[in-house]
Design a protein around this ligand. Structure first.
Ligand code: FE2
Length: 556
């Protein structure tokens, strides 16, 4: 059976994507933004769908079920009317009506699919949180586990807890919008002067610079497995009461690092979120006496909270879907027909699900652009030597990663031993705030020497502390609070990247490289070799490795 999962609500929404499953295994997945080059693209993912079909060399008529990770748009609109009536949405009703009208007539899914000649055998719409939960289910090895889906909002729901028992999912708790942890974190993001539903990770990065914990009890509480977010005070708030003072929403994030109140607010917001997700998970793991947990939904990208929860609850298994935001629902949607047939297979999540390019394809692109390049017999060895020489590299290999993290296939790499490297990468490549941390990729076999608590983190989605021995050896990747966000690199999952780090280790004695996504500020991660070449020549990157080719900045 061939199924296609789609993340597209029909109007509002973000991170449109498509995933293809064959006989219950995801064989390809990509976010629309990687192909359209429009960050967080929310349009109908036609490019992603075509890429899925091209990958399997099939026509849409061969797809047995095209499954949307959302109910029909009408349900969303009707729920919005109710929310508006209760003053729980605070969005312009005429604008919503206009968008709905447009999305249900001229730009309806039916019309768009007809326009693109998309006629699968069957089309299905499923519950949004179920799509998130199914994006986790196959990757939990434990027969019995809890799956938490926590995001801004589905149709009604904001948090759903599922009990996984072998092939079944039982919904054991549902908390509805606008009582939403996603809303809580988004509004805190906005109050700090960042963009909500986009820059939440900046709050997480800024939090360790804060010192004082403000009393946020009035805004977020958790009791008996239920969170209570004070949405009346938080939704679209222009100010917030903190310890008897009023903090006005910041208009921009230009000076966040010098703004004590904002740093303290970020610190407090993160602290309260960590305590909330901990108490929520503690309640249900205690209730069901389980130590295996899955997590999806946008807040699943809060690596700091994830690491905290794993340590505090001593979880034996904790799988967080790396594509935790809505892009990941394409995976769950594609797997839905197999869930219905009770044929979900347990497997290890492979994040390398996008496009790859052969040496001959890459060579023809390089020749077309008349670039200076050479083919190397051992690209990993050469790149490791350049890293040890202090060069900043563009590293483009194999298939695109699915999800926001670069995991060694579309990455910018540098040497972690030099603290100044972080500033250099920020200044000449990423053009982003100097206070934001970079993450390390670590040889899995050496993880216990580098990391204080965890040894397995292949998707860069948990934070941990560095061991004392390594804290000073890799200053470029240790954050101000001594934490780091590691990717443990396993030879079985990414042999070329493992080889590169191993070569660097042989040269330097340090089994770690700095890994950040291969993009400029505000752009999606690169996908095609042309994207990588463009980024290479519009940044301060020193060298570019494309497959087995080394590309220079001087011309022929
Ligand atoms: Fe979602």
């Amino acid at each position: 059976m061939i199924t296609l999962g789609i993340n597209y609500l029909g109007g509002p929404g973000h991170d449109s994507s498509a995933a293809l499953a064959v006989d219950g295994k995801i064989v390809y997945a990509i976010a629309e933004e990687r192909l359209s080059r429009n960050k967080q693209d929310s349009n109908f993912p036609i490019l992603a769908i075509q890429a899925c079909l091209n990958h399997a060399n099939i026509n849409i008529e061969e797809v047995d079920d095209l499954v949307f990770g959302w109910p029909k748009l009408k349900e969303h609109f009707l729920e919005n009317i109710k929310l508006n009536f209760k003053r729980d949405l605070k969005e312009s009703f005429p604008l919503q009506f206009f968008n709905y009208y447009r999305s249900s007539t001229i730009r309806s899914v039916k019309n768009i699919m007809e326009e693109h000649q998309l006629f699968p055998k069957k089309t299905t719409h499923i519950d949004h949180h179920l799509a998130h939960a199914l994006s986790v289910m196959p990757y939990l090895k434990s027969e019995n586990a809890l799956i938490f889906v926590v995001d801004g909002r589905g149709i009604k729901e904001s948090t759903t807890v599922y009990l996984k028992k072998d092939q079944s999912l039982e919904e054991i708790k549902r908390i509805n919008f606008p009582n939403s942890l996603g809303v809580y974190y988004a509004e805190m993001t906005s109050l700090c002067g960042f963009r909500k539903y986009a820059d939440e990770w900046k709050v997480m990065g800024l939090a360790p610079y804060g010192k004082e914990i403000y009393d946020l009890d009035d805004y977020l509480k958790v009791e008996n497995g239920f969170h209570q977010v004070n949405h009346r005070k938080l939704l679209n708030a222009d100010q917030i009461e903190l310890n008897g003072r009023t903090l006005q929403k910041r208009k921009s994030d230009i000076d966040s690092i010098n703004d004590e109140e904002v740093k303290n607010l970020a610190f407090s917001a993160q602290h309260y979120y960590e305590m909330a997700i901990l108490e929520l998970m503690r309640y249900y793991t205690d209730l069901y006496n389980l130590k295996a947990v899955g997590l999806a939904g946008g807040v699943g990208l809060n690596c700091k909270a994830n690491g905290f929860v794993q340590r505090e609850l001593a979880l034996e298994e904790f799988f967080i879907q790396p594509a935790a935001t809505d892009d990941g629902t394409a995976l769950g949607a594609a797997l839905y027909p197999f869930y219905q047939n009770k044929s979900i297979q347990t497997m290890t999540f492979d994040p390398y699900l996008g496009n790859s390019y052969s040496d001959s394809e890459i060579a023809s692109i390089l020749e077309k652009y008349k670039l200076k390049f050479e083919k190397l017999p051992d690209v990993e060895k050469d790149a490791a030597q350049e890293l040890a020489n202090g060069k900043i590299l563009g590293w483009f290999q194999g298939r695109d990663e699915f999800g926001p993290r670069a995991l060694g296939n579309r990455s910018i790499l540098s040497d972690p031993r030099d603290e100044k490297m972080r500033d250099r990468v920020n200044e000449i490549v990423k053009y982003r705030e100097g206070w934001r941390p970079f993450a390390p990729s670590i040889l899995a076999e050496k993880a216990s020497e580098v990391l204080a608590n965890i040894e397995y983190s292949p998707y860069m989605i948990l934070t941990d502390s560095a061991t004392e021995a390594y804290e000073s050896k890799i200053p470029a990747v240790v954050h101000v609070d001594k934490t780091l966000r590691p990717q443990t690199v396993h030879k079985s999952l990414n042999p070329r990247y493992w080889n590169l780090i191993n070569e660097f280790y042989q040269l330097t004695g340090v089994p770690v490289v700095v890994n950040t996504s291969f993009n400029l500020k505000g752009e999606p991660n690169v996908s095609h070799p042309s994207d990588a070449i463009k980024t290479f020549f519009t940044s301060g990157l020193d060298l570019l490795y494309l497959g087995n080719f080394k590309v220079y900045k001087t011309f022929n």
